[in-house]
Design a protein around this ligand. Structure first.
Ligand code: SF4
Length: 362
């Protein structure tokens, strides 16, 4: 295995041209290995994969989306995916940020599909509308479903970024006027990985691409096609406010004393107990913060149909803590005193049966 100090001078020059030092690069490889759950012994292998001269092609398709995923990606921390991973890959088509336009841009896409069949990666951002022949999302005169069938169908693999391409997201929320679905439902049988989230975390697509470059395969996934390294742990179990949950210390009102002291947001509608994602550990914006740290509950944005099943966002989950969601997974913190549990349960039950008039105000 190549040692980390054997990085070629040419590659170091490329890094330096992007303002990335050797130290930054090694740090990036180490952080990515950790994110993927790999031992540090893999760091040289990752470095070597990123250094490779051969650049697999990548095309990025935009359908029914808000551009939040590419926004998140372009604001990724240093060394950025654009500066390292996308430099290693050959991004041959990206409607939002590519320089060519019109026929020239579409030719780039056709060329990749024709000349790199079975070798390129397709990234899809956005849901695919199926109603009325798919007319509600068209690019260059072709429907999204038509493009996706051809481009994803001929790719080595498809990576769905964000909840819309993974599960339909907001476009698929009731009443779903365009018949929007995620890519896996639109085109069953694809080799595909889902990176849901509103937006998906740039660190997770970076790690997914690094895994592909290093091992030539996609990372292991759960039944929903989500990589286990990122979606294998429950938000609630890694949340920095968890001790307050276990102690029965809940925010009751925005801006109250508990809110100012960083208490648990369960009563304010936090869906962390039902959401699986690495937000508490990876965070966003150069690992600065994430919604719960900023004082807002988790919306479970990586869960299928969360717009329908997790709303109203500011109403607490229906099950009493310690007896509902917890009883189907891990037990509530072992140190939780019985009296506290009883108190929370009683409170939860009272809230669960509160009059409809009160709920209308939420
Ligand atoms: Fe954190 Fe939300 Fe769980 Fe409270 S309910 S510990 S705020 S994830």
């Amino acid at each position: 295995m190549k040692r980390i100090d054997e990085i070629s001078p040419q590659f170091l020059e490329v890094l330096e041209s992007h303002g990335i030092s050797r130290r930054d690069f090694i740090k990036f490889c180490g952080a990515t290995a950790a994110l993927l759950g790999l031992s540090e012994l893999y760091i040289p292998q990752i470095a070597r994969a990123l250094e490779k001269a051969k650049k697999p092609s990548l095309v990025w398709l935009d359908f029914q989306n808000c551009a939040g995923d590419i926004e998140a990606l372009l604001k990724a921390s240093k060394p950025t995916i654009a500066e390292i991973v996308l430099d290693v890959l050959s991004v041959d088509y990206h409607a939002t940020i590519m320089a060519p336009a019109g026929r020239q841009a579409e030719k780039s896409l056709r060329d990749v599909v024709k000349n790199q069949k079975g070798k390129y990666l397709a990234i899809v951002d956005g849901a695919i509308p199926l109603k009325d022949g798919g007319v509600y999302a068209c690019v260059a005169g072709r429907s999204a479903i038509d493009i996706a069938r051809e481009v994803c169908g001929n790719a080595y693999a498809t990576i769905c970024v964000g909840t819309c391409s993974s599960f339909g997201g907001l476009p698929a929320a009731k009443p779903n006027p365009t018949g929007a679905v995620g890519v896996r439902d639109a085109i069953p049988g694809l080799t595909l990985i889902n990176l849901p989230g509103c937006p998906m975390n740039p660190e997770n697509i970076t790690a997914t691409l690094v895994h592909f470059l290093t091992f030539g395969s996609l990372p292991a996934t759960d039944q929903l096609g989500r990589p286990l390294f990122a979606y294998g742990k429950r938000i609630h179990d890694n949340c920095e406010r968890r001790a307050h949950y276990d102690a029965g210390q809940f925010v009751r009102e925005w801006g109250d004393a508990g809110h100012r002291q960083g208490w648990c947001l369960y009563e304010m509608g936090c869906k962390g107990p039902e959401a699986f994602l690495n937000c508490p550990t990876v965070k966003y914006n150069e690992r600065t913060s994430w919604p719960v740290q900023a004082g807002h509950g988790c919306l479970a944005c990586a869960v299928p149909n969360f717009w329908d099943t997790m709303t109203p966002f500011y109403r607490r989950l229906p099950n009493a803590p310690g007896f509902g969601v917890e009883s189907t997974a891990d037990k509530i913190g072992l140190g939780l005193a019985a009296a506290t549990a009883a108190g929370i349960a009683a409170h939860g039950i009272i809230r669960a049966i509160r009059p409809k008039e009160e709920e209308k105000g939420e």
